[in-house]
Write a protein that binds this ligand. Sequence first.
Ligand code: FES
Length: 167
Amino acid sequence: MTTEEVENRQETKKVLKRFGKKRGNLIPILQKVQSRLGYLPVEAMEEVAGFLGISEVDVYEVVTFYNQFRLNPPGKHSIRVCLGTACHMKGGYITMDAWKRRLGIDVRQTTPDREFDLDSVACVGCCVMAPVTVVDDKPEGNVEPTKVDGILLSFELEREKEAKKNR
Ligand code: FES
């Protein structure tokens, strides 16, 4: 077991102490664990299942049913591709495909280096700039595949600058 897995189990146990062993507590427990860990790793789901005396599959089904729950750790940067009507009409799905390809991950996943996580979002209220991608809470307009490359390049340059500073 990795150190992170051990810590995740410990944190989950701390949350469980505050709840009764009732199945009805499953969702509030999962919400609390996620707010502590930022996501719901397998080991946390195992702890919750053991505590409530239900199967791990039952917990997993609930986690995958509700959009609020994350199975992957949050990335350092969040990428949210708008797939609302206006963005969809202007090629939001092409933008999404570009992000998936460039990052090498699917929707609701995180890159292995935990730099980026990717998800879709409904209209964020700036349809005139469609197709929109919200990058770290900032809406970026006209995000075509070439702009995806540009955004990633700016992150890359930022990382290099940071690395130089820390040398
Ligand atoms: S549909 Fe994308 S911002 Fe409105």
